[in-house]
Design a protein around this ligand. Structure first.
Ligand SMILES: Cc1cc2nc3c(=O)[nH]c(=O)nc-3n(C[C@H](O)[C@H](O)[C@H](O)COP(=O)(O)OP(=O)(O)OC[C@H]3O[C@@H](n4cnc5c(N)ncnc54)[C@H](O)[C@@H]3O)c2cc1C
Length: 384
């Protein structure tokens, strides 16, 4: 492999954000783009370990609007990119068991409906009627959107990566960025495991590792890696093909059909920040017990696979887009565990920010890095 010694734009990270940014920059005519990924394959970071859920149900206007742009891009993906991504509209059903969540979700439903999103409010009996295999005696309400669903993350990464390469992007695996050179307040070069590359523009799309890349450029990027894990089961014939993505919101416990079995995950509220990606088997038992209590037929299933990945958590659970105090150093990171679905629009927005100097498709200027210094955070409530 020969690694170039100069590039006009270098993208660090071959997950959904890096791949989408590379494609959208190249589509806009940007030449001499280099994407670097430290792993042997693309999409092995958070993207390849995620649950693949895509939804409109958020609590802040900007997140709903990101979905309003991004999910239709996923719907058109095959047509535009030439790659099937297996978009299944099974719907997301948030089951609410605490009065405070009922209030929050009711408020979010009004916001979503005001933006044209058709989320439905379900009475407790309706929740139980729709989920006959589950035990939700304590349900107080449900929030359901039939347009939400599931998409295959690896197909999205490979689709964008292939399309970007056809447009001339050079995308390299097994190249780790180890340092960034800044001169007179702007990007001058980056150091890698394969040598130095001179460039004026770097996009930090390093997901859970974006804080480390920020440090290399002397920019504090408040993104913490937090382990999250899930497991899949052997086939469960009684679970119907149209079983929705069910979230027991109070427990951060979720279920959806995966192949002929079930995928279940649960967020450990005690998990500390760190880069470890081994499965915590004690917490897996907690997840399993809680899951069986809600979906008793799981008791009959065998464990098929399990894995852990890293959320890329910011203090307000919103991503960070755009410029930083170092000239030519851009961010598209910190999606806080729900970024796969916003990958398509986020790459497009970054391309606009770099080439046009502003976000054109959607104003995400409030999601800049400076908001943390200036106290402009806005909190997303629907974090799983
Ligand atoms: C268990 C789990 C479940 C999730 N479920 C969902 C879901 O249902 N729906 C949803 O929308 N989101 C979900 N997410 C979140 C989603 O996965 C992320 O928000 C999204 O994938 C982030 O994409 P990314 O490209 O920013 O990061 P990544 O996919 O992590 O890509 C960053 C890449 O940068 C590379 N890199 C890092 N440092 C360097 C370096 N120094 N040099 C070169 N390369 C480097 C990494 O190897 C990695 O490939 C989930 C996440 C997890 C962990």
């Amino acid at each position: 492999m020969t690694i170039p010694r100069t590039a006009e734009v270098v993208i660090i990270g071959g997950g959904v954000m890096g791949a989408s940014t590379a494609y959208h920059l190249a589509l806009r005519g940007q030449k001499n783009i280099l994407l670097l990924e430290k792993e042997e394959f693309f999409g092995q970071g958070a993207t390849g370990r995620c649950a693949g859920g895509v939804r409109y149900q958020f609590s802040t206007e900007v997140n709903v609007r990101l979905s309003l742009h991004s999910l239709p891009m996923l719907e058109r993906f095959r047509e535009e990119i030439g790659q099937d991504i297996n978009y299944r509209k099974c719907g997301y059903l948030f089951v609410l068991t605490r009065p405070k969540d009922v209030r929050t979700f009711r408020h979010s439903l009004e916001l979503q409906q005001s933006l044209g999103v058709r989320t439905e409010w379900l009475a407790p009996d309706e929740v139980r009627r729709r989920l006959p295999l589950m035990r939700f005696e304590d349900a107080l309400a449900g929030s359901f959107n039939s347009e939400d669903g599931l998409v295959d993350p690896n197909s999205v990464v490979m689709g964008y990566m292939g399309a970007a390469q056809r447009l001339g992007v050079q995308a390299l695996n097994n190249v780790e960025v180890t340092g960034i050179q800044v001169a007179s307040g702007r990007i001058a070069a980056l150091e890698t495991s394969q040598g130095t590359i001179a460039t004026r523009v770097i996009v930090n799309a390093a997901g859970p590792w974006a804080g480390l890349i920020g440090q290399m450029a002397g920019v504090a990027v408040p993104i913490e890696p937090v382990r999250r894990q899930l497991m899949t089961t052997s086939p469960l014939p009684e679970v119907p093909p149209d079983f929705p993505f069910v979230l027991d919101f109070a427990q951060s416990l979720y279920f959806h059909r995966e192949g002929e079995g079930i995928l279940t995950g649960m967020s450990n509220p005690e998990e500390k920040a760190g880069f470890g990606q081994n499965v915590d088997e004690d917490f897996e038992l907690v997840n399993l017990e809680a899951a069986i209590a809600r979906l008793p037929c799981l008791e009959k299933a065998g464990l098929q696979s399990h894995w852990a990945g890293l959320y890329e958590v910011t203090p307000d659970a919103h991503p960070i887009y755009g410029r930083t105090p170092v000239g030519g150093f851009y961010l598209v990171a910190g999606f806080s565990g729900h970024g796969f679905m916003h990958g398509p629009i986020s790459g497009k927005l970054l391309a606009e920010c770099i080439l046009d100097g502003k976000f054109q498709s959607l104003d995400v200027s409030m999601l800049d890095l400076a908001r943390f210094q200036e106290g402009r955070q806005i909190r997303e409530q629907h974090v799983v």
